[in-house]
Design a protein around this ligand. Structure first.
Ligand SMILES: [Ca+2]
Length: 239
């Protein structure tokens, strides 16, 4: 079996090197989007920095990036499977860890976010008991590597932005809205209606989601400003 390495979350600089036009960008260029769909990875709704994790990338975009990267390099890159991601996540947070230690590693909707929500949106969100003093200083997305690594040495596996994983979300009604036809998209057949999973929590979700590495899903062409991805490298030792 080839050694597998979880790489860090992909950032805008990595992404832009691929020269790949995302599904959302194509839709914007065609002029066929609603006002609320005008956001893309270049303008997710906040000013991006190279150190941020990229977001507003759909599941098929993320896979296309992996294919591009595999051609650029002697190793093979892909999204982690759900099982691989779960296995790593199960080791990454030690049992009995204090809220303070967890807060040093994970960017979730802690006090920074709660204060920002109050100041800019007038919304009151009460922290859960025991989490009132947890504040990483990031109300929104944090540069990758700002916080401490987990037990596996990984940054942001939980929190900051969710991560796409390979597979289907079979937990509920797997039929999403939208085009149900299969289409050829960037070299692969796409079933648009199949819901694709992402995991791990995000800067705007509670500590519960990051603690539990929550799973959610979107259809393969949907994007969110709190969903990004990391790639898994299969190292070819023969090369
Ligand atoms: Ca935060």
């Amino acid at each position: 079996m080839k050694p597998l390495v979880f790489l860090t979350k992909i950032g805008p600089e990595n992404w832009s090197r691929s020269g790949y036009l995302t599904g959302r960008e194509k839709a914007i260029r065609s002029g066929n989007v609603n006002e609320e769909d005008r956001y893309s990875w270049r303008e997710p709704g906040y000013a991006i920095k190279d150190e941020y994790p990229v977001s507003m990338i759909d599941w098929h975009d993320a896979r296309a990036y992996c294919r591009w990267l595999s051609k650029e390099d002697s190793n093979y890159y892909r999204l982690p499977t759900l099982e691989e991601w779960e296995y790593v996540a199960s080791i990454s947070v030690p049992e009995g860890e204090s809220n303070e230690d967890f807060g040093r590693k994970v960017n979730f909707a802690d006090m920074s976010y709660i204060k920002w929500l109050k100041e800019f949106h007038g919304k009151t969100l009460k922290p859960e008991k025991g989490w009132e003093n947890i504040d990483d200083g990031f109300a929104g997305v944090a540069p990758v590597g700002s916080l401490q690594p987990d037990k596996m040495g990984l940054y942001d596996l939980r929190g900051n932005v969710f991560e796409w994983v390979d597979g289907e979300d079979l937990s509920g009604d797997s039929k999403g809205e939208g085009d149900e036809l299969e289409r050829l998209w960037e070299g692969e057949i796409v079933e648009w209606h199949v819901r694709r999973p992402f995991r791990g929590g995000a800067y705007c979700f509670s500590e519960y989601d990051s603690k539990n590495a929550s799973i959610a899903s979107l259809t393969g062409h949907e994007v969110r400003d709190y969903v990004g991805f990391r790639v898994l490298c299969e190292i070819d030792e023969d090369k």
